[in-house]
Design a protein around this ligand. Structure first.
Ligand SMILES: Cc1cc2nc3c(=O)[nH]c(=O)nc-3n(C[C@H](O)[C@H](O)[C@H](O)COP(=O)(O)O)c2cc1C
Length: 306
């Protein structure tokens, strides 16, 4: 049995090079799918693993002798990369500084973003963790203000339709079925926001994507979760920050985009995939002078307190 993916229905294939394997068992200790096992001091590929090899590649990455190869599910030994040197990696202070200094940017310089920077952002986002390997998330790079604006125009048309259907009286009728929080969100936030988007559009302003020069659309297959796309997008946002680009996650676009199948097809989003999160990017026109302390609504602890 294998964990089904939109592109792969077979487990990965694990091979042990008996000549170089030192039987240290490091790979067996960390294999999350219990595919590699030590049996009487010898490394074995177990047939008993429920899902088989998920092709995370951890065994290849931990082996000090390059004795393990994993192929299939989009992975092969050619994907192995040298580990970045310790002094090349961001330490806790550098990472916290990058995160504290990041702000959502909705004002961009006119100058276009070099597509190589966009590529770097997307490549870095691909280092993010995913629910189950390999990634079942895709990304559309929309480059250029005009193209971003065309997509914005299409989404605003969807909001015009939304406003026609979801009149305040209909939302009130729906309230007992959707509950108070959902009702309040729709009546007091989504509907007024849709009016703002549409009103601004009538005046020639883009309040959805803020005239950004680049838009990234992250989508996921029916076999993956929207959380995967959200994590990928978050990594992209941090990568953008590290490259001096400003960005904002735009949650206002996906609910409408998901319902516009023709637009999804034009953007190359495979049928049955769901665009779940979007990120606008550009050279920031705003300089913040301060950072800010943010708090979760609640933080609690359980277990031993130091
Ligand atoms: C899931 C998600 C959806 C968001 N959607 C929008 C959006 O549609 N429009 C927008 O202007 N900002 C959007 N934002 C950005 C937030 O408004 C922003 O993060 C928040 O105001 C805090 O500002 P900061 O990122 O500078 O700390 C979104 C952020 C997240 C995480």
């Amino acid at each position: 049995m294998a964990i089904i993916h939109s592109m792969y229905r077979e487990p990965g294939k694990v091979a042990i090079d008996e000549k170089t394997c030192k039987q240290c068992g490091l790979c067996a200790r960390i294999c999350p799918a219990d595919v590699l096992k030590m049996d009487d001091g010898r490394l074995q590929v177990s047939e008993k693993s429920l899902f088989g090899c998920i092709a995370c590649g951890h065994c290849m990455m931990v082996c000090p002798k390059d004795a393990i190869t994993v192929t299939g599910r989009g992975v092969s030994p050619q994907d192995l990369l040298p580990l970045p040197d310790q002094d090349e990696r961001a330490g806790a202070d550098a990472l916290a500084a990058l995160m504290k200094a990041r702000r959502s940017i909705r004002h961009f310089h006119d100058r276009p973003v070099d597509p190589r920077l966009v590529e770097r952002v997307v490549e870095t986002a691909m280092t993010a963790p995913m629910g189950i390997p390999p990634w079942d998330v895709g990304c559309v790079r929309v480059i250029g203000r005009e193209e971003v604006r065309r997509i914005s125009d299409e989404i605003i048309k969807g909001y015009v339709g939304f406003l026609k259907v979801f009149k305040p009286w209909l939302l009130k009728v729906m309230r007992p079925f959707v509950g108070r929080a959902k009702y309040e969100m729709f009546a007091d936030f989504v509907r007024p926001l849709a009016q703002i988007y549409v009103g601004a559009h009538q005046e020639g302003r883009d309040k959805l994507f803020h005239d950004a020069p680049v838009l990234l659309i992250f989508y996921h297959s029916p076999y993956a979760e929207s959380l995967d796309a959200g994590i990928a997008c978050t990594y992209a946002m941090l990568a953008a920050e590290s490259l001096g680009l400003g960005s904002t996650i735009i949650g206002g676009a996906p609910p409408i985009l998901q319902r516009n199948k023709a637009l999804c097809r034009r953007l190359g989003i495979p049928d049955a995939n769901t665009p779940s999160v979007t990120l606008i990017l550009g050279h920031p026109k705003v300089t913040f002078r301060k950072a800010i302390r943010r708090r979760f609504s609640h933080v609690s602890s359980t277990g031993a307190q130091q």
